[in-house]
Design a protein around this ligand. Sequence first.
Ligand code: FNR
Length: 369
Amino acid sequence: PSIDEIVNLHDFEAVAKAILPPKAWAYYSSASDDEITIRENRAAYQRIWFRPRVLRDVSVVNWSTTILGYKSSLPVYISATALGKLGHPDGELNLTRAAGKHGVIQMIPTLASCSFDEIVDAAVPNQTLFLQLYVNRDREITKRYVQHAEKRGVKALFITVDAPQLGRREKDMRMKFVDEGGVAKVQEGDSGVKKDEGVARAISSFIDPSLSWKDIPWFKSITNMHIVLKGVATPADALMAYDYGLSGIVLSNHGGRQLDTARSGVENLIDIVAALKTRGPWPNPRFAIFVDGGVRRASDVLKAIALGASAVGVGRAFMYSFCAYGQEGVEKAFQIFRDELEMNMRLIGARSIDELTPDLVDASGLHAH
Ligand code: FNR
């Protein structure tokens, strides 16, 4: 279908499924084991209901915000998704160019298909970029990578902590890994490609499962970038991140690709905000909570923010938008978010991101309330 026929973010997924080679579709769409968590990521949002306020003069609504202190035209950032060239020849550059044009923040994946420098070179001046980090067994490689990123102007480091071993994504594992040239940019220090276990496992053997809280001071010593832990799920770990002096956490289950039957990020949000309130008033200017997983509608974004998140990450929806239509697809995805944000904010009576407060949602359908 032509891009003009795309009405919502689900439509990109349908197009991507129809046009992608089976191997790419398997890698992108798969989740771990029985794929229960990936379904739950969508379902959790459907258990949260709005309690709209009326008669608030919503002629002007504004959804721009700041993320870790950096301006963002949307309360949404592009979360890291590996191997963009499996789905489109320009890979991650589709995201970088669209994000630069529209003032959206992109998190660059360690396992991007394009090189880190190619991505940064595609950014416009002062475009805000974050970096997702898989920590290498060889810490010198990680140190060089992080310090190079900081030198090139990256503003925040999102250390992925929910993947000491890659989840078993069975759809992907059934596809044999074949390097078709320039697709998998395997990180320096990888001990070699295991060709029989799918794309994900083939590219991830460098990741260090010994990573622990003891490493956090070292990260703080090698960089002045914000450090955020991506993949936190409990109040106990949220408080540790806070007490270690980090800048924030992402409540994430890696899009259902790691621990299956892990709860969704938005479901964990209420308990975690309550725990952090024991450290001071919320929102706390020195610590941000982000949520990702299953976000496909602006209403999802507004619910997470109302419950205490600073902003929300989106993985697959943006990825599918460029698989289907390249950079233009990503720009269209931003436009869909804008249109939906405008309508939903008017209908719930919130004129700005600051006005998204817990009283605007009924979260009694979640496990903790
Ligand atoms: C991911 N995600 C991910 N996360 C990460 O920290 N490092 C990575 O390399 C990847 N790669 C990756 C590839 C693909 C194909 C997907 C779908 C996801 C997880 C990603 O950052 C994010 O947490 C989820 O995608 C959010 O869920 P949704 O938006 O895809 O439902």
